[in-house]
Design a protein around this ligand. Structure first.
Ligand code: NDP
Ligand SMILES: O=C(O)C1=N[C@H](C(=O)O)C[C@H](O)C1
Length: 233
């Protein structure tokens, strides 16, 4: 497969290694807002910055090049990208986290939220820890986890740092050098605590998931998720 890397930073470089090891070719590496001929690629993988993700994605959709995006922090425009993809009969996947482990963790989190939803003695809270270069907070993964809880409980929203309402899920975002990504959900009562936690040991799992998604999407039309790719949940 001919792959365009839209964003050639930490993730772009990790994806390149995995893509080459699986026999793919990198035909475009884009790191700035310059003009590229995206039609040279069979598929594009966007791990860029929040301010450029939407333009990268819509350029692919408008040119019927299937696109995988892992960039976080741009989701106010997600529904616009979905509408455009449907209008153009193109193909698109966004995932806040491409690793197999986190996608299993997402399902576990929803099941646990369902089980805890009627137990009023437990208070829920979340924490995400990432490296100090991360631009957005809370992480996209933490937002997906919070959305999974909201769907399956009486919670209404999430909030960063301070808990101002019983109906909200507080998320603490910590930044520590070199941490690839750690997410924890706690349920605390006076007598005990339940904790589920995912710890990424490196970026390899994210990168492998993105390449697997790129291999899967070629030849398809529509808007998909990692649940479709991994056939879980
Ligand atoms: N979904 C997932 O599984 C994961 C998602 N992420 C997300 O992926 C994104 C990238 O992470 P990471 O690789 O660590 O970040 P980096 O900062 O290392 O890489 C981002 C790259 O995008 C480049 N860039 C800037 N403008 C553009 C543009 N217009 N078009 C294309 N590229 C551009 C930057 O260049 P320059 O430095 O010159 O500005 C930089 O090289 C983040 O949003 C992060 O949260 C990260 C890991 C996993
Ligand atoms: O910026 C990162 O590094 C990561 N970003 C994603 C997120 O915001 O959840 C995924 C992963 O946790 C690493």
């Amino acid at each position: 497969m001919k792959i365009a890397l839209l964003g050639y930073g930490r993730m772009g470089k990790e994806i390149e290694k995995i893509a080459l090891s699986r026999g793919h070719e990198i035909v475009i590496k884009k790191d700035v807002d310059d003009v590229i001929d995206i039609t040279l690629a069979d598929v594009a993988i966007d791990f860029s910055v929040p301010s450029s993700a939407y333009n990268n994605i819509t350029n692919c959709i408008n040119n019927n090049v299937p696109v995988i995006s892992g960039t976080t922090g741009w989701l106010d425009k997600y529904e616009d990208a979905v509408s455009l993809c449907k209008e153009k009969n193109s193909a698109f996947i966004y995932a806040s986290n491409f690793s197999l482990g986190v996608n299993i963790f997402f399902e576990l989190n929803k099941q646990l939220a369902k089980m805890m939803s009627s137990l009023e003695d437990y208070n829920i809270s979340m924490e995400e820890i990432h490296h100090t270069k991360k631009l957005d907070a809370p992480s996209g993964t933490a937002i997906t986890l919070a959305e999974g809880i909201i769907e399956n409980s009486s919670k209404n929203n999430w909030e960063l740092d301070e808990k101002t309402s019983e109906e909200n899920i507080p998320i603490v975002a910590k930044r520590i050098p070199e941490v690839p990504g750690t997410h924890t959900v706690w349920y605390d009562s006076e007598v005990d605590s339940i904790e589920i936690k995912h710890t990424a040991h490196s970026r390899k799992g994210f990168a492998l998931g993105a390449v697997v998604a790129a291999e899967w999407i070629v030849g398809k039309q529509g808007v998909f998720s990692m649940k479709d790719v991994l056939n879980i949940g």
